[in-house]
Structure formats: structure tokens, C-alpha cells
Design a protein around this ligand. Structure first.
Ligand code: FE
Length: 135
């Protein structure tokens, strides 16, 4: 039997964020001026909340940008969410939780596509994208 090799892209899930709680939601302007800062917010579970417990939570969100005509995807940021109620008393007994949301700014001289990846410790890798045009 021949072993199969999976690529990351084969294992990255997409869905409608209004129905599926794992899909990252990218919020930013639809059009901006070239080389002006674009404020971006990436959240998760906007329509259907995702759990945030020691056993089940979002570990990180990463954001990328592909400028039109660029052969290389550009990483914009890595946002780790490290606290999920861990405690010596046991799971979910701790006082501290990090919420799975990321805000940042970036600028670009070319229009393109914003990409977001989110990783759930139980349900794996999810992606979404959003078009960004320039005036
Ligand atoms: Fe999950």
C-alpha cells in the first residue's frame, strides 16, 4: 500500500463564518489609499461563539497578505493565546483567559488579499480571506 502525504493546504478548512464557529473573521476597510495604515481586526466565533476552556480553545491566529502579482505570501503577524483557565486546582479553575482576537495595522503599495489562519487545539486549522482594494 502506498503511503499518502497530506499537504497543509489539504488539511486547512474553510466554511461560512455565520454558521461555523472556527472561521476567522477579518474586519477592515474594503478600500484604502496606497501606503496608508490599514487597521485590521481578526476575530473568531462572531456569529457562533467558540469555547475558551483548558480543554478546548483557539491557540493562535496568523495573518498574511498576498499583493496582486506578488509570487510570495507575506506574513503580517502571529498572535498567540496562551491562557485558558489552567490552574494547579485543575482544568478551568484558573482565573485567567486570553480571548481569541487580534488587532494590528499594516500598509501596502499594492491591492491584494488578506488571509487569516486560526488553530483550534481540537478541530485543527481554519482559514479565511478578504479582498483589499486601493483607491
Ligand atoms: Fe474548536
Amino acid at each position: 500500500m502506498e503511503a499518502t502525504q497530506q499537504r497543509i493546504g489539504d488539511m486547512t478548512k474553510q466554511a461560512n463564518w455565520q454558521k461555523e464557529k472556527h472561521v476567522p473573521v477579518i474586519e477592515c476597510a474594503e478600500r484604502v489609499k496606497a501606503d496608508e495604515w490599514v487597521h485590521v481586526k481578526v476575530t473568531l466565533g462572531k456569529a457562533v461563539a467558540h469555547p475558551n476552556t483548558t480543554e478546548h480553545h483557539i491557540r493562535w491566529i496568523r495573518a498574511f497578505f498576498t499583493a496582486d502579482g506578488d509570487k510570495v505570501i507575506r506574513e503580517l503577524g502571529i498572535f498567540n493565546f496562551a491562557a485558558h483557565g489552567e490552574s494547579t486546582e485543575g482544568a478551568d479553575k484558573g482565573p485567567v483567559y486570553t480571548n481569541h482576537e487580534a488587532e494590528f495595522s499594516f500598509k501596502t503599495s499594492k491591492p491584494g488579499t488578506l488571509h487569516a489562519l486560526a488553530y483550534c487545539n481540537i478541530h485543527g486549522l481554519w482559514e479565511s480571506e478578504r479582498r483589499l482594494d486601493l483607491d
